[in-house]
Design a protein around this ligand. Structure first.
Ligand SMILES: Cc1cc2nc3c(=O)[nH]c(=O)nc-3n(C[C@H](O)[C@H](O)[C@H](O)COP(=O)(O)OP(=O)(O)OC[C@H]3O[C@@H](n4cnc5c(N)ncnc54)[C@H](O)[C@@H]3O)c2cc1C
Length: 551
């Protein structure tokens, strides 16, 4: 690799955003990611690009204003990955928000966040709230706020941003771990990198090195000998997924739970997901797990607010857990710690960006890249283009404006059906890949016979070929978790296709029998972990009803 202007360590949303911004300003930039892209926190969030209504409670007015505006930009640049959804905020006796506070809070939120007229808040009476959501608990209900949030696919958002950067000349490598930082005259000038899949190592040199490793930022600062002052505070958040038939919500709901926190229940693709918990975390950063306590807490929260539902552990089809990389604040509970981001520059010049949100990734990137261009311009002379990422569509987002997406999708659904896909398959592909669906369709057209002989449906074949050729999927888990989201939202699909997918990838990537077995076993382990609680080697155990219900 030639000498870079910027080497970014960490391929989550933060690193992806920096890569695109830097490349768009004319810098030679690369990102290295030790796992798969977005395999850290950036595929384990609540998957909302949101205006942060909850931050009003903490009077973080500036944060609300900024992220509120950002979500409109994220939507416009990639309407295939982000969808506006109406959110119900039930007002309950003794809850977090009373009627006045809710009305005022959402009003302020609409104003601060610059919310579109068609998406401005409504206040609902008890009857109206129940008409919108008949499953709500009637007892203690005093009405509801009704406002719009934006639901996304966090892993695909990260991927589409990375792809947009690569289309402009950036380099992005997954399974490439920074094992050592390289220095000259006390300045950080690059990193030794290990190819995690082969064990090969190589060095990369750059004018600037950015530490965008999310929950791992302190590990890199330690490597740099600069971990002092503020440090990270890790908290874990868990989500569970149940079938939409078991918990048939009509709207997304953001609701009070008995311990004074608030959580989301969000319908998506025929499922409903519920989360999140927020507890201090000291375990394995790569592989946080749902404990029995996390699971029982979320089930009890649902059963308290939606008493006719009566979820049990057997209803949980899948789950995920993520680690929040928050900046430590002395004496604060996990839910009270600010989600603000901060940049630290060490004596060696290592630039660390810590904290933050999915939603604010673009502004975080702008801050870091502006620091870099200012410094490079001062040293080299000349100037760099200003930040332009507010107008750069993500890969697959070239509709010519979000309003053109629905007609595009309908046309591509028809085309997909003409190719032999079912309507549902064609719709899934068109909405997942946006304007890149034409590439997926071309792969399907060219590979019809190969798909049949590999025992893959046309949909699976097209998605898999695209993931291999255009999205650097290196393992079956990359495909099943982060390229398709299926491990969380369609686990039966994963079980149905895991065998043919592993075999096809083995042949396409030239794996030995042993490598194929290892990747198959890894995928089986991920399926097991998503469907069980930590420490459990069998199916989901019975829940401890006593501790959480109605407290
Ligand atoms: C439960 C939960 C719910 C959330 N919900 C929302 C939400 O709804 N909306 C929202 O806006 N935000 C939400 N967030 C916050 C958001 O998900 C995070 O702020 C964001 O994903 C962090 O991204 P990141 O790129 O900084 O970190 P990560 O995504 O973790 O990326 C860092 C990457 O660095 C890599 N790495 C580490 N060390 C090395 C190394 N030595 N070499 C190479 N690579 C390395 C890791 O493998 C990792 O992939 C939520 C977070 C959690 C945990």
């Amino acid at each position: 690799m030639e000498k870079l202007d910027v080497l970014i360590i960490g391929g989550g949303i933060t690193g992806a955003g920096i890569l695109l911004d830097a490349t768009a300003r004319g810098l030679r930039a690369a990102v290295i990611e030790m796992q798969d892209f977005a395999a850290g926190t950036s595929n384990r969030s609540t998957k909302l690009v949101h205006g942060g209504l909850r931050y009003l409670k903490q009077f973080e007015v500036g944060l609300v204003a900024e992220v509120g505006k950002e979500r409109a930009i994220v939507y416009e640049n990639g309407p295939h990955i982000t969808t506006p959804v109406w959110m119900l905020l039930p007002i309950i006796e003794g809850g977090t928000y009373g009627r006045l506070a809710t009305s005022f809070g959402i009003y302020v939120y609409d104003k601060l966040a610059g919310v579109k007229r068609s998406e401005r808040r409504q206040m609902l009476s008890v009857q109206e709230a129940l008409a919108k959501e008949p499953l709500l608990r009637r007892e203690g209900l005093k009405g509801a706020g009704y406002y719009v949030e934006y639901r996304t696919d966090d892993a695909r958002l990260t991927l589409e941003i990375l792809k947009a950067a690569v289309e402009r000349g950036a380099k992005a490598l997954n399974y490439a771990k920074a094992t050592k930082l390289l220095y000259r005259d006390g300045r950080v000038v690059g990193a030794s990198v290990e190819d995690v899949l082969t064990g090969d190592t190589f060095d990369v040199y750059a004018e600037k090195v950015v530490n965008a490793t999310g929950p791992w930022v302190d590990e890199l600062r330690e490597m740099d000998g600069s971990k002092q002052g503020k440090t990270l505070h890790h908290t874990k958040g868990v989500h569970i997924v149940v079938d939409g038939k078991r918990f048939p919500l009509r709207n997304s709901v953001y609701f009070d739970v008995p311990d004074g926190r608030m959580i989301f229940a969000i319908p998506r693709e025929g499922k409903t997901y519920i989360g999140t918990t927020d507890t201090n975390y000291h375990g394995d950063l790569k592989n946080p797990r749902m404990t029995q306590e996390d699971r029982d807490y979320l089930i009890a929260c649902v059963n308290t607010m939606f008493p006719s539902v009566q979820l049990t552990p057997a209803d949980i089809e899948s789950s995920w857990a993520g680690v929040r990389p928050l900046i430590h604040e002395e004496g604060k509970d996990p839910s009270e710690i600010s989600r603000k981001d901060e940049v630290f520059v060490s004596d060696s010049g290592l630039i660390t960006i810590a904290g933050g949100k999915l939603t604010g990734y673009r502004k975080m990137a702008e801050k870091v890249v502006s620091m870099i261009t200012a410094d490079l311009a001062a040293r080299r002379g000349g100037s760099f283009a200003p930040c332009s990422t507010d107008h750069i569509p993500y890969s697959g987002g070239d509709f010519g404006g979000s309003e053109k997406m629905p007609a595009f999708v309908e046309a591509r659904v028809e085309r997909g059906m003409a190719l032999g896909l079912t309507e549902g398959e064609a719709r899934r592909l068109a909405t997942r890949y946006g304007t890149n669906v034409d590439v997926v369709y071309a792969l399907i057209e060219a590979g019809r016979d190969e798909a049949a002989s590999a025992g893959l449906s046309l949909e699976v074949y097209g998605a898999l070929q695209y993931a291999l050729a255009h999205e650097m999927a290196m393992t079956p888990s990359d495909f099943m978790i982060r390229r398709t989201g299926a491990l969380y939202f369609d686990i039966d699909w994963v079980r149905r296709w895991q065998g043919p997918v592993v075999r096809y990838m083995a042949q396409a990537l030239g794996w030995t029998e042993r490598e194929m077995e290892r990747h198959a076993a890894d995928l089986a382990r991920y399926i097991h972990e998503a469907t069980t609680v930590e420490g459990d080697s069998g199916a989901l155990p019975e829940m401890d009803q006593g501790a959480y219900v109605g407290t």
